[in-house]
Design a protein around this ligand. Sequence first.
Ligand SMILES: [Zn+2]
Length: 386
Amino acid sequence: MSVITRERAEQILAELVAIPSVNPMDRPYTGTVPVERAVIEYLEALLTPYGVAMTRQAVSATHENLLVTLPGEASGPATLFEAHIDTVPAEDWPDRAFTPRVEGDRLYGRGACDDKASLTAMLLAVIDLLESGSRPPQPVLLLAAGDEEHGQSGIACFREAGIDIARGIFGEPTNLAPIVQHKGVLRWDITVHGKSAHSSRPELGLNAIDGAVAVIGALRAHQEALQRDYTSPLLTGPTLTVTMIHGGRIRNAVPDECTLSVDFRVPPGMALEAAHAAVVDQVSRLGWQVTHHPPQAAAPALNTPPDHPFAQQVLAICQRHAGSGIRLEGAPYGTDAAWIADRAPALVLGPGSIATAHAVDEHVDLNEVVTCARIYREILLANPLP
Ligand SMILES: [Zn+2]
């Protein structure tokens, strides 16, 4: 009997949600082991009875991956399945975020959807293969990755290892629609410099907040120009969003500095460096003295051609299990998939909706987790197309 059942999905997902694996994000981390360690120990205990090879990848003092390897009928490049095991914090619902609760078909908790639902579906698919003795045509790698939510250092560490990959499925909440394209992101700070003065004599100073307002205006105008030039059936245009602003020192002085944090979402086909340079150029035309700080994050876009045989193969499998209305889609958010996309075709596919991810009362429909496990299983057993 198959292990891909609603009961088993509920059990594994609830157990995973009950193990906090919160990414400290920007804040200092005081733990003595990587934030993902307890989840990794759970996975090791779950899979040890099947005798599969498992390797912990030390990413940093804060983060860790677990790589599980299943042999295939043939050797050669592997099919990579990846789900991340860190979550965003849950400070806005600490009373119940790590106490999984089931209401009807839904399981609630931090990570229930993003990304422990995908991980659960992958585990069910893999355990089902192991228990039934079915061997996939190619070796399978299951990567439980750390630090997807902040630095994406887990997938970067995997990438460094240079393991040969034939194709990749990255589990994220896509409501079972395969994502072929998503944007890249560049985040950096811009400090506008002015000159302080007593606020009763502002004419003696140079107000850096006024400069920041001018920079925001230039960013908006640049975004509009970029959006006019960019069209895609799958994606919205580039966006430049100011996400944080810090300026001024005291209430009665003209501020000498104001710093803006910029989040630049860059569609496929637009090189990050050139896109960044164009923003720097636009800002420089304002005549204000500014400093562009080194990027805090720089992640590439995903750009798998919709007509790629792997994309079409996965689409057909998804339609068979989840309905003929399933289409290949694009997404505005970034994922780990982009980090291997220059080496192998990669798709993002998983249960749950991005709309509940990172939100209070994050949840997933357990039936969708089960359907996704069946889809993953079929992808694992499918022969690669030429
Ligand atoms: Zn995620």
